[in-house]
Ligand binder design. Structure first.
Ligand SMILES: Cc1ncc(COP(=O)(O)O)c(C=O)c1O
Length: 395
């Protein structure tokens, strides 16, 4: 079967690298391929290119603080949590507390568990049936001994966008450090880091049509971090390892093109395309939206994101993974839950945290659109879903 990009609806998992980005990566690999820490002319050319990309990305994300390059979202999250936790607690005084939402990415959960093993208390703030954090519970838990909050801004599995301004204001009032996982959000809305009440932010290039293998942690001026990976002392000692200068240049190019393509004049076509697809797929018997309904609450959902529960005509929950596999026979690429949990057949902890019965928690599917999609690319999806559901139900 030939793979047709028009049938790729899994952009929350990853996105194809734009041709202009590929060209930029090749150019930099030709012109600035050396080690940016080397002192000779080749090294200086690479170092200049690296700093140009850093400035460009920081400018596009509105960050006047520090920008540390990493291998992607997971590494940025680990550096944010472990790096700031090591500065916040000397292991002598009473153990501090870290707050998370109950619907974090597994990378955040893993970093939190590591801190728990070091003595931190970890508390998960509950979410509503739409996946939105309970602000009263957050407010209540922000008192001492809480010192750090980590929050997924745009939830990858159910699309919920947390009210970041309100959450950040609460953290500021309480004098608590806030890290935000913006890995999904950065591809879906413009970001002005300095204007947001947050201290640390993780992003990844591969969600916004840049290359895989590169990401960044944005750090507000004055916030202290300790490295979690030592060695050559690159990235001002905060992340050792020779920087992938060409990939970083590709990341910068992808972000630049994203601003021009989607956000420049405030007329991002994605939400209305997504809403029309939602209305069409909800005509298919057996499909039910999870997460916020963007037609009623456009600001509460990632712009390119739909997530659904799948049931048979007789009301039985169906396996989301089986529906994904069935659709893939006709060339469609979607995912069950989030790509990171696709290797697990068990139910989704995110859906369960939203109060969805465990019977249903393996029945989630996700469709996430790309910039290239048009209405005509999407018109056959409802019928493809109907056929896939019927086939899985008959098995
Ligand atoms: C919200 C969110 N956070 C973190 C990550 C991890 O990013 P990466 O795969 O770049 O390590 C992902 C990736 O799916 C994500 O969607």
């Amino acid at each position: 079967m030939t793979l047709d990009l028009r049938r790729y609806l899994d952009c929350a998992a990853t996105t194809p690298v734009l041709p202009e980005v590929q060209a930029e990566i090749q150019r930099v690999d030709r012109e600035a391929w050396a080690n940016p820490s080397s002192l000779h002319g080749f090294g200086l050319a690479a170092a200049e290119q690296l700093e140009r990309s850093r400035e460009q990305i920081a400018g596009l994300l509105g960050c006047s603080g520090q920008l540390i390059f990493s291998s992607g979202g997971s590494e940025s999250i680990h550096l944010a949590l472990q790096g700031s936790a090591a500065e916040l607690w000397d292991q002598q005084s009473n153990p501090p507390r870290l707050l998370l939402s109950a619907v974090e990415h597994p990378a955040t959960e893993a970093a939190a568990q590591q801190l728990q093993r070091q003595g931190w208390t970890v508390e998960r703030i509950p979410v509503s049936p739409q996946g939105l954090i309970d602000l009263d519970a957050l407010r209540h838990h922000l008192a001492r001994p809480t010192q750090l909050v980590s929050l997924i801004w745009g939830q990858s599995e159910v699309g919920a966008l947390q009210p970041l301004q309100e959450i950040g204001d609460l953290c500021r009032e309480a004098g608590v450090l806030l890290h935000v996982d913006a890995v999904q959000v950065a591809a879906q809305r413009p970001i002005d880091f300095d204007a947001l009440p947050i201290d640390l932010m993780s992003v990844a290039s591969h969600k916004l049509n840049g290359p895989r293998g590169v990401g960044a942690l944005l750090v507000r001026e004055g916030i202290k971090l300790r490295p979690i990976q030592s060695g050559g002392g690159q990235e001002r000692g905060l992340r050792s390892g020779t920087e992938p200068v060409a990939l970083i240049a590709g990341f910068a190019k992808a972000l630049e093109l994203l601003q021009v393509r989607r956000f420049k004049d405030g007329q991002d076509p994605m939400p209305s395309l997504r809403d029309r697809l939602l209305s069409a797929v909800l005509q298919v018997p057996g499909l039910q939206l999870t997460g916020p309904d963007p037609r009623a609450h456009p600001k509460l959902r990632l712009a390119n994101h739909l997530s659904l529960l799948v049931r048979a005509a007789d009301g039985r929950p169906l396996s989301g993974r089986a529906v994904v596999r069935e659709l893939s026979r006709s060339g469609y690429a979607i995912s069950s839950g989030s790509a990171c949990s696709s290797s697990r057949a068990a139910g989704s902890p995110v859906l369960e945290a939203m109060g969805i019965d465990s019977h249903w928690s393996a029945s989630g599917i996700r469709l996430s659109l790309g910039y290239w999609h048009t209405e005509s690319d999407l018109q056959d999806i409802p019928e493809a879903l109907r056929l896939a559901i019927a086939s899985v139900a008959a098995d």
